[in-house]
Design a protein around this ligand. Structure first.
Ligand SMILES: *Cc1c(COP(=O)(O)O)cnc(C)c1O
Length: 425
């Protein structure tokens, strides 16, 4: 990184600092992961220079032969990996993948049925301040208060009452499997399109550890940067018949030039996801999450729905007298990074919350298994048991850093990114 150190020391320091942080912290943020160095190389490539409005073979600029190749590979790999008829790999984010579907199928003011944000839904599923909530009329379903799993009677009831044009399934903070076929039945009953937003669970789906929404959904939206372990970005998968409509709404509907360096990096990560090692990785995510759930239950925590079938879990902190906000802050001081999260029927505000969300995709990428997960679960129990004990928090911080030293991330990069004063400085 000699050039970056020479040209912009402040940014070089920020990149260096983040590299060290990502290595030294135990990251339990369920939506984060570590991309491979091959993905980083594609992201940092000259493809960022190219304007390529349009699609492979039908661009509005000359000189697109190499970026066409990269995008064709990304599309082919996405279709193959997910078993989809059609793929658009240009959305800059998961929210934009959702926007493309809404724009393609709906008019402003049309009705959408989605999961309540307070029960695990996503901003782009109808939050008042999000584009989705501003443009469309949303109605919601949630979880059953007893089982804390999706209340399908309520889904059906809401669908019959509001007659939505589109039903959205998928969540950001739901620890159980989603039964997409039930959603399909309800969508068919009321004549709605079905969109499955598998932003979080896409990796589990392609590895066969979660029911697959592709056969039964009209649209499937994906983020590349969560369990799929690719660069930040989104994709829309759909049936051939809707392909052109989706393409038109991504460009020129809502985006100009695609990020060709990101699309190339998406292609790299999709290739990596076809390898047998990827399936093993997803299996370990599930085992690690199960193990974290068991350990936290032993430590006396209540988990929303009692556990987890996927890569994340939600801890209910109400009986600990701690807000999610305070819990996440003290865990950060102990070297464990997570986020505060609303739990179903949460009496607190989104700023405080009564829960934290924990996920294992990132620690699993760095090679941690049940043995390390049990340690981490016990540390969480200790820290949240005595959040005001600074000595204890400091001791656990030293222990977490020591653990991360045995599971290095980006070791080769840290060798070459040493923050030494650059030669010409
Ligand atoms: C993460 C997520 C998205 C997309 O998020 P972006 O930050 O816009 O990429 C969409 N839907 C769900 C359910 C998510 O969890």
């Amino acid at each position: 990184m000699d050039n970056l150190w020479r040209v912009d020391r402040e940014i070089a320091e920020a990149v260096w600092g983040e590299l060290v942080r990502e290595n030294d912290e135990i990251i339990l943020i369920a939506s984060e992961n570590y991309v491979s160095e091959a993905v980083l190389e594609a992201l940092g490539s000259v493809l960022t220079n190219k304007y390529a409005e349009g699609y492979p073979g039908r661009r509005f600029y000359q000189g697109c032969r190499w970026v066409d190749r990269a995008e064709e590979l990304a599309i082919e790999r996405a279709k193959k990996l997910f078993g989809a008829e059609y793929a658009n790999v240009q959305p800059h984010s998961g929210s934009q993948a959702n926007m493309a579907v809404y724009l393609a199928m709906l008019k402003p003011g049309d009705r959408i049925l989605a999961m309540d944000l307070n029960h695990g839904g996503h901003l782009s599923h109808g939050h008042k301040r999000n584009f989705s909530g501003q443009i469309y009329e949303f109605c919601f379903y949630g979880v059953d208060p007893k089982t804390e799993t999706i209340d399908f009677d309520q889904v059906a009831e809401q669908a019959r009452r509001h007659r939505p044009k589109l039903i959205v399934t998928g969540a950001s903070a739901y620890p159980r499997k989603i039964d997409f076929d039930r959603f399909r039945e309800i969508a068919d009953e009321v004549g709605a399109f079905l969109m499955a937003d598998i932003a979080h669970i896409a990796g589990l789906v392609v590895a066969g550890f979660h029911p697959d929404p592709v056969p039964c959904s009209d649209f499937v939206t994906v983020t590349n940067h969560k369990t799929v372990r690719g660069p930040r970005g989104g994709m829309v998968l759909c049936r051939q018949e809707h392909g052109r409509q989706i393409d038109r709404q991504v460009f020129p509907g809502m985006q100009g030039g695609p990020l060709m360096h990101v699309i190339a990096a998406k292609a790299v990560s999709l290739k990596e996801a076809q390898l047998p090692a990827f399936r093993k990785y997803q299996k370990q995510i599930i085992n690690n999450t199960r193990c974290l759930a068991e350990t936290l239950l032993e430590e006396g925590f209540r988990l929303v729905s009692g556990g987890s079938d996927n890569h994340l879990l939600l801890v209910d902190l109400r009986d600990k007298g701690l807000s999610g906000r305070v819990a996440a802050e003290v865990l950060e001081r102990a070297g464990i990074s997570c986020n505060r999260n609303l739990i179903p029927f949460d009496p607190s505000s989104p700023n405080q919350t009564s829960g934290i969300r924990l996920g294992t995709p990132a620690i699993t990428t760095r090679g941690m298994k049940e043995e390390q997960v049990r340690l981490i679960g016990k540390w969480i129990g200790k820290v949240l048991g005595s959040p005001e004990d600074d000595k204890l928090v400091g001791k656990i911080k030293r222990e977490t850093v020591e653990l991360t030293r045995s599971f290095p991330v980006y070791g080769a990069l840290r060798e070459t990114w040493r923050p030494a004063p650059p030669r010409a400085y």
